[in-house]
Design a binder for this molecule. Structure first.
Ligand SMILES: Nc1nc2c(ncn2[C@@H]2O[C@H](COP(=O)(O)OP(=O)(O)OP(=O)(O)O)[C@@H](O)[C@H]2O)c(=O)[nH]1
Ligand SMILES: [Mg+2]
Length: 315
């Protein structure tokens, strides 16, 4: 798609709730195709109005199954839902493995649900740079809730906290030791902790361990925090506890709106998006300046990468 006219037409259709247009816009933005910037310009006015819910936690904890149940819950409330499943890239195709997509396939025919896998394309920490653009499409498309599921790598919690308004950390009773060893970082960024697979033994201990770990995080005598991090239990395979979880997510959204914390987080998200955009642009521009002449100068030691790099950036 070359001409901006088409980008404007496409943007208008997305804003009017056209799912095919939203799918096309997402592909253009994820592939950084011509017109992608024009689309983001058209959609940005809608940013900040949808609750972005980041779902993270170790592999196999039940994140995708839980996402499927949460979608049903939000649909019951008449809300339009967007889901971005951040999947590791296949080293071969560079595309997503789509594993997670399969788990939420049951919603594929529901026009009020928009599901898309995004490959990480080598981005560290499970989140790709196009995630922000993808979120803007879903905001403009009218999704009240946007669920971002990450790939369950050890470090995605901290990154997802830069993208999401509400971070949900999913663990299971089987991950008792892991709860003990849970990094301070996780305890800080998690807004809601879920012990999923509550049908398995050890649920109460896991909840207790998490609560004491959270309390440990709070220094003795320290004031109660404006948002007391809840620990809740679910059985995603049956849907048990999911209505309670959805209610907790709604109350966190209300808290963010009321406390001004929402605005602070939005600023952090915009800072992250801008810095990703800038580093990508500078990187792409710089790459275009590296030609044979530059490489020969390096091979013949007539310059060095640091001096040449600085010169190319300054150019
Ligand atoms: N017993 C039990 N099994 C569950 C529950 N929730 C999910 N599972 C099962 O756990 C396995 C993993 O579930 P997923 O939803 O794919 O887990 P995930 O966290 O998305 O996994 P990754 O995306 O690979 O990180 C599947 O076989 C599910 O059926 C639950 O509440 N109880
Ligand atoms: Mg999954």
């Amino acid at each position: 798609m070359a001409r901006n006219g088409n980008a404007a037409d496409l943007a208008k259709r997305v804003l009017a709730g056209d799912a095919a247009a939203a799918s096309r816009a997402l592909s253009l933005i994820i592939d950084e195709a011509a017109g992608a910037d024009a689309l983001i310009r058209s959609f940005f006015a809608s940013s900040g109005r949808s609750q972005k819910i980041g779902i993270c936690g170790p592999p196999g904890a039940g994140k995708s199954t839980l996402t499927g149940r949460l979608i049903s819950q939000f649909r019951k409330a008449g809300l339009k839902v967007g889901v971005l499943a951040v999947d590791p890239s296949s080293p071969i195709s560079g595309g997503a493995f789509l594993g997670d997509r399969l788990r939420i396939q049951e919603h594929a025919t529901d026009s009020g649900v928009f599901i898309r896998s995004i490959a990480t394309r080598g981005m560290v920490g499970g989140v790709s740079h196009s995630i922000f653009g993808a979120i803007h499409v879903l905001e403009a498309f009218g999704c009240a809730k946007i669920i971002v599921e990450t790939v369950g790598t050890g470090q995605d919690e901290v990154v997802i906290a830069k993208v999401a308004d509400t971070v949900v950390y999913v663990t299971t009773p089987q991950m008792g030791d892991e709860i003990q060893a849970m990094k301070a970082g996780v305890m800080e960024v998690g807004d809601v902790f879920v012990v999923n697979k509550a049908d398995l033994s050890g649920k109460d201990k896991a909840i207790g361990d998490l609560r004491s770990a959270l309390n440990l995080g709070r220094a003795a005598g320290q004031e109660a925090k404006p948002w007391e991090t809840p620990v809740t239990a679910t059985t995603a395979t049956t849907g048990e506890g999911v209505a309670e979880l959805a209610a907790i997510l709604d109350s966190h959204w209300a808290y963010l709106a009321g406390a001004g914390e929402g605005r602070r987080r939005l600023m952090e998200q915009h800072r992250e998006e801008l810095s990703l955009y800038l580093s990508r642009r500078i990187y792409q521009d710089a790459l275009q300046k590296i030609g044979i002449r530059e490489l020969e100068a390096l091979v013949e030691h007539r310059t060095d990468p640091a001096s040449l790099g600085a010169r190319l950036l300054a150019k």
